[in-house]
Design a protein around this ligand. Structure first.
Ligand code: SF4
Length: 190
């Protein structure tokens, strides 16, 4: 049962002080995109450019994500994009478990409002926060996990692809899996 509207959620995020990450930011980065998307993408947290603009995935990693989506015939405004934490961790460090846990109600509300059929988990933080803290991206990536009719696919974060070109082949494979699943769900919908 959804008990919150988009407007209330955005207001909650903007006023949130549930962890110390809000203390050193320029802007909250709630997430953006199609509010009824079939595909939701979850990353880790905002970087410097995201913090300046208040938008998720607009820096170099975000530009790579845009190209990855285009490669499977999707525009950014067709999907919903968010991060585990809505405030930039200082120096782009990995958010702590406490910070990620503090921000989880916002992410849960986003799931509930968007109601995606597919969730692409980009990187370890998204994987461990959404599916299980015991999972590792290297062994979990490229394998579907279905829970309550929602299909989760762990994959590398685009920032990791920028650091290590060798990961791009696996990432491309994962994007093709997303495209195939979207087609399958479309064909099986009434
Ligand atoms: S990271 Fe999330 S929980 Fe922490 S202050 Fe920002 S919005 Fe609130």
């Amino acid at each position: 049962m959804i008990r919150i509207s988009w407007l209330e959620l955005l207001q909650d995020i903007q006023s949130c002080k549930s962890c110390s990450l809000h203390e050193n930011i320029q802007n909250k980065v709630p997430g953006q995109g199609n509010p009824n998307a079939r595909l939701m993408i979850i990353g880790e947290g905002p970087g410097a450019q995201e913090d300046r603009e208040g938008l998720a995935f607009v820096g170099p990693a975000g530009q790579l994500l845009t190209r990855m989506l285009k490669a499977i015939d999707l525009e950014r405004d067709e999907v919903y994009i968010a991060n585990v934490v809505k405030c930039r961790p200082p120096g782009n460090r990995v958010p702590s478990k406490e910070e990620a846990d503090a921000c989880k109600p916002h992410l849960r509300a986003q799931f509930a409002l968007v109601q995606p059929r597919i969730i692409l988990l980009m990187g370890s933080t998204a994987l461990q926060q959404v599916l299980s803290p015991d999972m590792r991206i290297t062994s979990a990536r490229g394998k579907w996990v279905e829970r309550k009719g929602i299909f989760f696919l762990p994959t590398f974060h685009p920032a990791a692809l920028l650091r290590d070109e060798g990961k791009k082949r696996d990432a491309w494979h994962d994007m093709q899996m997303v495209r195939d699943k979207l087609t399958e769900l479309e064909e099986s919908s009434p």
